[in-house]
Design a binder for this molecule. Sequence first.
Ligand SMILES: [Cu+2]
Length: 357
Amino acid sequence: MTMFLTIAVVVLIFLVIFQIAKASEYVSVLKGEDVSRRQNNKVNGFLMVAFLVLGMIGVWYCNKLYFPKTLLAVDSASVEGARVDSMLWITIAVTGSVFLATQAILFWFAYKYQEKENRKVFYFAHSNKLEALWTIVPAIVLTVLVIVGLRNWFLFTGEPPKDAMVVEITGKQFGWIFRYPGKDGAFGKKYYKNIDPATNTLGMLWDDQLGHDDVVTEQTVYLIKGKPVKLIIGSRDVIHDVGLSHFRLKMDAVPGIPTTMWFTPKYTTKEMKELTNNPNFVYEISCDQMCGNGHYSMKGIIEVVEQEEYDMWMAKQKPQYLVVFPDKDPSNAKAADTTKTTVKAVDAVATKTVAKL
Ligand SMILES: [Cu+2]
């Protein structure tokens, strides 16, 4: 029924427009072509100005309505991200003012220079001066924007400060695996043919000593407030992308080609909950590259905490090597020793009891 009504309404509207067009055609024939054209021009000129004013009000209104919902409403959560924000604002200021000026001139001229009886058309074919002006000025402005962008790119992807921590992040269909280098500060080697979904998600080579203290976690990564962190990014299957919108950074995760970027978290997760007025706030890692049918759900979480909390958390983590080979774990060996001693003690008591009997 609704379908039928919709079709009927569309057909009716079409018929009405068609009839109006036909009627105005007859009217113009009656009035004379010149007069009716001038009148049409007047109406069109007025509509152009109305469109300009209404359009600008619409832009302002949408901005007012939706800006608080954008990420820009909250400060960048990384020190370096502030540079991305300032680049964005400068670009919006430059392109926005050009947009406003050109659109205002375009629609205003359509109204102001409409056909009039005593007005002669001024033919203006070419001006070298103007050509040079509107080629050179945008070229200089864009070059400056690109240079600023490149400088920031080299900063984010270059060497981090010396005190930076390093975390490896590996994308897979559909999730994230994190690896911390442990006390030695170095990652053990890995080889993709060693990957085993159950016991060796990264394909680590177990005979590499450097990897014996590497801690591997999934889905949630812990970072420290105020401490620069370098991410070494990779992928296990297809191209993914580490999207860190709150930190204003992102970087492709490419199988076989490690990429890097570094940043300094500025607020803990707890502080962000207050800043955003959202008790459920989490720093999200989104996959920013279409990577398969589970792409939408490929979400990781970053917990930014203070150094002490991080140390406490890290102390509880077991290196992956010891998870896979529990018999190599000294704390397990001790536990085994204790069991042995207990058994011996029980034996001794039993022997004594037997002897008494
Ligand atoms: Cu992905």
